[in-house]
Design a binder for this molecule. Structure first.
Ligand code: SF4
Length: 420
């Protein structure tokens, strides 16, 4: 007679498709013990392993603590008790996710440090494209992109560029020639960014990247070329003349988020000093508050960043300011959990947006954007503000306006920024 496999054999067969294998040793042993005691199905094993992974990444109470608290409150026996315990665990995690999370004084430790090499490569990949998140279902600026480099040395916990491209950042070898091949309509305005698959300034002018991009901007006055960074590497730009249609933008966040979630990047202070030196040299700057993160202290800290900008820059030096919230696609969520390292980015109440991406509930986003926008009251008349990846109702609620079409937004944006 054929024998039923022992549960540990079944567990061995199921575990590779769950996060059990990447849990820290204590949590892994505990989940194994629970699985054997309660005879977890594959779905149950997956759910409990994920709970364990989230708790260790969030640096919150351990899975053992939460499970023991649940055991102390849940009654019943057998299968019913197991179901009730799993529901209780789920509720406790949801409560941790929806509360205003607190970042510790001792910053979270991200994934292991990586060294990323920049290597030239001759590829046939399309250099020029559209922002990957562009959509007709949100009010979109129609950003175009030039992917001069694919790969990033920074380790922001909410980004997976580093996971996709690994330890080599690939730089287009014949960049100047490839830029000449881009076909643009002369009677149309374009907003083109170079910081979607990498950081625009972190590599400096290695391989002549910046020189080629600045030449491209000079040859195409109908292009607003945006160099976006979380670095303070502005030496190349300070040393040469920058065409008027080039804007250098900084992705900004609060000190707390930079320290805990944007590993390897320049501090807020260094980013702002770099932005100031460039603005003082005559190049227009811009700022992206994206992703705004909901945590204990967010109001004061985002308000403080806005106050520093208002006091340190003149509105005429600032081309635009954008705001966006934490928005993640499901494969990125899976990658973040798999990659590990401590982060509270997934410790949030996640609801699907119009594309099924996971983001904060709309009321919370509106509250956060309104708060930041109101901190920029002295600039609201003079600086162009927009929201990234948001719907028309959110625009109306925050900015009191929206565009009827993305084409109108795109042209209005480029026209304002190119004429100022
Ligand atoms: S609004 Fe944001 S998502 Fe939409 S095209 Fe612009 S940068 Fe991309």
């Amino acid at each position: 007679m054929k024998q039923r496999p022992a549960y540990d054999q079944k567990l061995a067969g199921m575990q590779d498709d769950t996060l059990l294998v990447v849990l820290n040793p204590d949590a892994r042993a505990f989940v194994r013990q629970l699985a054997a005691t309660y005879r977890f199905s594959f779905q149950e094993l997956r759910m409990v392993s994920q709970a364990g992974r989230d708790l260790e990444m969030w640096r919150e109470a351990s899975l053992r603590e939460l499970w023991e608290q649940a055991e102390a409150t849940v009654s019943g026996e057998g299968r019913e008790r197991k179901k009730a315990l799993l529901r209780e665990l789920d509720c406790r995690l949801a409560a941790l996710a929806s509360s205003e999370k607190t970042y510790p004084d001792d910053p979270l430790r991200g994934p292991a440090h990586r060294t990323v090499r920049l290597e030239e490569s001759t590829t046939e990949r399309a250099l020029f494209g559209r922002c990957a998140a562009y959509s007709d279902r949100t009010v979109c600026c129609g950003l175009h992109t030039i992917d001069a480099v694919m790969g990033c040395p920074f380790s922001c916990s909410y980004c997976t560029i580093q996971t996709f491209y690994g330890d080599v950042a690939e730089m287009q070898a014949d960049l100047a020639d490839r830029l000449h091949e881009i076909e643009l309509q002369p009677d149309r305005l374009y907003h083109i960014g170079t910081g979607q698959a990498s950081d625009s300034l972190v590599w400096g002018d290695r391989g002549g990247i910046l020189e080629a991009l600045l030449e491209f901007a000079a040859e195409n006055p109908n292009v607003l070329l945006e160099l976006k960074t979380k670095s303070d590497n502005v030496d190349t730009l300070l040393a040469r003349e920058i065409p008027r249609n080039v804007v250098c933008s900084w992705s900004l966040n609060t000190d707390t988020i930079i320290r805990n979630e944007e590993h390897g990047t320049a501090s807020l202070r260094r980013r702002l000093l770099a932005a100031r030196s460039l603005a003082e040299s005559g190049t227009r700057v811009a700022f992206h508050f994206h992703p705004m993160v909901h945590y204990h202290g967010w109001r004061d800290e985002y308000g403080d960043v806005a106050a520093s900008l208002v006091s340190d820059f003149a509105p005429c030096q600032v081309a635009f300011i954008s705001m966006g919230s934490m928005t993640l696609i499901r494969p990125v969520v899976r990658q973040i959990r798999k990659r590990g390292g401590e982060t509270k980015i997934l410790q949030m109440q996640m609801v699907p947006d119009p594309h099924g991406k996971l983001t904060y509930p709309e009321e919370l986003k509106v509250e956060m954007f309104r708060h930041l926008y109101s901190a920029f009251r002295p600039w609201q008349e003079d600086v162009f503000f927009y929201l990234c990846m948001e719907t028309a109702p959110v625009w109306e609620a925050v900015l009191g306006r929206a565009y009827a079409t993305n084409e109108l937004f795109e042209q209005d944006f480029a026209r304002r920024c190119l004429s100022s």
